[in-house]
Structure formats: C-alpha cells, structure tokens
Write a protein that binds this ligand. Structure first.
Ligand code: AMP
Ligand code: GLY
Length: 430
C-alpha cells in the first residue's frame, strides 16, 4: 500500500510514523525541506514546495500512490486534495472549498451564522483596516483582532491579554489590504478536539491542550504551539460531559453545514474551543491535525492508521476503527533561542538521554550526522505515561538533555500549570 505524506514538520513526522507501523504501508513524502525523520522512513521523497499541486501529482502518479495524507493547511488552500482526488488518489485532507473552514476565518463565522451553529462568538467582519480601527475604538469591552487569512497561528492579538485598545487599533491599521475579523474576547480554558471525518461520520481523538504562548506562565507572543498534553482519561477535568457533548455537536453541525454547501469534508477536523462559563465556544477550526497536538494523539493511537485512512476515503469510517492507549502524553517542542520573533538558526544541537519518549523532528537540518537548527520549531519529544506527572517527567528529561542554542517551555504538562487550569475553570463557573 503506497501512501503519500505531504508536509515536513513534526506533525507530518508523527503521521508518517503512525502509518509506517502498518507493515504493508510504503511511505512516500513531499516536503519543502528535508525532515530527517520522515526521510528515514520514506521509500522515496521529493523536496519541493508542497503547494505545487502539479508537481505533487506527478510524483504521486510516478509512484502509483493510492492514498495521500495532507499535513499542513497551505497545500489544502492550494487545492491539492481537489487535484489528487480528481486523479483517483484518496485524500485525508479536505478539498479547497471545505478547507475554507480554516483558510478563511470570515467564511467560518458566516457559515456558523447561516446554519445557526452554537458556539460562535459575536464578531464583525471589516473590509478595511480603517473600518476595524474605528470599531475597536468605539467597542465597549475587549476584542480579538485577526486577519481572516492564514497566519501560521501568529496573527491574533487579544485586547486585555496581549495588547491595549490603542495597540489593537495600531495592529489593525498595520494589516494593510487584509480583511479583518474582530471577535468578542472569550474567557475560559482552551482545549483542542480533533476528529477523523469521512464526510459524514466524526470519530473523536483524545482532548489535547496546546500552549500557544512563547514563554512559561503563558506570556509572550503567540507561536505555532510550544507543547501540549493529554490525559489518560482522554478528556480534561475542566471539560464536563455536557461541554464535551456540545463540542462534538458543534463539530458535527459544521461538517453537515459544509456538506449542505456542497463541500464534503474528508480528513481531520480540528476544533479549537474556549470552554467558557457558558460552555464551549469556537476559537477556530483547522482543516488538519494540530501541530503539536498530532504528536500526542498519534503516539497514543492503538489502531491501524492505514485502515482509518482507507475508511475516511471510502466513507465507511466508524468508531470501531479508532482506539487510543489510555495513557497520558506530554509533548514539548525544542525551539531555537529567540523563537518566534528573532530565532537564531544554524547552531548545532546534540541529543542526550531521552528514555520513554518518542522524538519527532520538525525544522532541523542533518549535515554529516550533525543536527542544526533552522528558524522554526526544531523538534519535539513526547513522553507517554500512566499519569500526567510521569509523562511530563519523561518529556522534561529528554528536553533538558538537549545541548545547543535552544530552549523549551518547562511548564508544559506540569502539575502546577494543570492545577491552575482547573482552578481557573472552577473560578469562572462559581
Ligand atoms: P488562533 O490563531 O485563531 O488559533 O488564535 C490564537 C490564540 O488567540 C488562541 O489560541 C487564543 O488563545 C487566542 N484567541 C483567538 N480568538 C480569541 C477570542 N475570540 N477570544 C479570546 N482569545 C482568542
Ligand atoms: N497547535 C495549533 C495548530 O496546529 O494550529
């Protein structure tokens, strides 16, 4: 079975590794730059822009690829799933019109509004920066300011958290020629709910919590994600059964709404929720696995990922296809010092003892056996254990033993941070 993995980050290394567990799977990959982990398990790989649909198609055809798993959002936006599907290659990754759920934040909100889907915050779409600036000046309360297009998770500024009203105005004005969406600021605890989807049926994965901010204690600029954790219970104490059911209902309604619009959603739907006093609200949807969240769940996946891929493509996905180890996981990203604003790249790093962890490479170059950083997140360690404490200890140990001009967030998955999340939710719902 020949399967193509598109993308070269930590998420795609986790995807390729999970597929590779099936002895009959032959992995092929297309990546913008060489990920040493993916390259090692690929029968063949092409180093090329993942958004160049015709080049990816040529490579896929040349190698008689049956299925493709598309990791990042950019090729989805470029219509790669459309092109591959039209050529008989089954895709995990939605067609362009369905991927708009991520690639156009305005589309996402308007769809939620049109179909009366719960969990949509108050929002305003502004055609110009000036219109947004005027609205921010007059609005009573805090807003989140976002360009509607893709920003790699780094385009959002939240008033009262990262920026003052004046800075929010300034930020909006800096977003020249972009459509801006302003949203009421949601307060609560964030969680990620990802689900496999065959166009109709959604099968959920364990809940994960990402850590977007660059520094310990959740301060500093937003990043692609510094690390993430999941619990052996596959849910969180700050998400009630009702919250969970509501989040699933929102995801299902969204997939159904896309189908009604003529866009069948096949792939992984990623719901980023803010669990507020009044239940889960949608911060955003992504049309793919989260990065780092994919590394948590795919490390825990017990069932055959290849079969899941087959059933997503054939439209026969069922809950019986999917099971996860009932263990906790902690994923910590190693990043170059200065990331995300002034990352220092080109430094060599050496790994030390990393017992009980799985290593996923991301943006790292291997030259003559030496690993060197580039400007994005370098690599991640996932610790798996019977408890959060155990999983965290493993991931922490592996990160601490990496030598080089790099850093990581020590607090990801720690009991102290976890307790803070729980008490925050209790306080909100008092
Ligand atoms: P996004 O790029 O949409 O995932 O947003 C990045 C981060 O900004 C999220 O993880 C949230 O912490 C924050 N954020 C986005 N939208 C809102 C909102 N409406 N209210 C509060 N925080 C938000
Ligand atoms: N971890 C957030 C994302 O993948 O967008």
């Amino acid at each position: 079975m020949k399967i193509l993995v598109v993308g070269g980050g930590g998420r795609e290394h986790a995807i390729a590794s999970a597929l590779h567990k099936n002895k009959d799977a032959e992995i092929y990959s297309v990546m913008g730059k060489k990920n040493p982990g993916i390259a090692k398990i690929s029968k063949e790989f092409l180093l090329h822009a993942e958004t160049d649909c015709s080049a990816v198609l040529d490579f896929a055809k040349k190698n008689s690829i049956k299925y493709a798993v598309i990791g990042p959002e950019a090729p989805l936006q470029a219509g790669l799933a459309d092109v591959l599907t039209a050529n008989g290659i089954g895709c995990v990754g939605p067609v362009k019109s369905a991927a708009q759920i991520e690639t156009d934040k305005g589309f996402c909100r308007e769809l939620m509004k049109k179909y009366n889907i719960a969990g949509c915050p108050e929002y305003k779409l502004c055609k110009t920066p000036e219109e947004a600036a005027e609205f921010i000046k007059k609005y009573q309360g805090d807003l989140a300011v976002k360009p509607t297009g893709l920003t790699g998770g780094k385009g959002v500024k939240v008033m009262g958290d990262q920026v003052t009203r004046e800075e929010a105005v300034e930020y909006a004005l800096s977003l020249k020629n972009q459509i801006i969406i302003l949203e009421e600021r949601l307060l609560g605890e964030e969680f990620t709910l990802m689900a496999f989807c065959d166009g109709k049926t959604l099968v959920p994965m364990p809940l994960v919590q990402d850590h977007k901010r660059a520094f310990e204690g959740d301060v500093g600029p937003n990043t692609g994600g510094m690390g993430s954790y999941s619990l052996e219970t596959q849910t969180f104490p700050f998400v009630s059964n009702e919250d969970y059911a509501q989040a699933m209902k929102i995801m299902q309604a969204t997939v159904d709404a896309l189908a009604s619009e003529g866009s069948q959603y096949k792939g992984v739907l990623y719901g980023q929720f803010m669990n507020t006093r009044d239940g889960p609200k949608v911060i955003e949807f992504n049309a793919r696995f989260g990065d780092p969240e994919a590394m948590n769940v795919l490390t825990l996946l017990n069932s055959d990922f290849v079969k899941i891929v087959e059933h997503i493509v054939s439209g026969k996905l069922s809950a019986a296809d999917v099971s996860f180890e009932k263990k906790a996981s902690v994923c910590k990203y190693i990043v170059p010092k200065g990331y995300p604003e002034k990352p220092v790249a080109g430094d060599s790093i050496t790994l030390g003892d990393a017992d009980n962890t799985v290593l996923y490479y991301a943006n790292v170059v291997e030259e003559d056996g030496v690993l060197k950083t580039i400007t994005s997140r370098t690599m991640a360690f996932v610790g798996v254990g019977d408890s959060l404490k155990e999983a965290e200890r493993y991931a922490e140990n592996a990160c601490r033993n990496v030598k080089g001009n790099v850093r990581y967030r020590k607090d990801v998955g720690t009991e102290a941070l976890f307790e803070k999340r729980i008490s925050h939710m209790k306080e909100l719902r008092k």
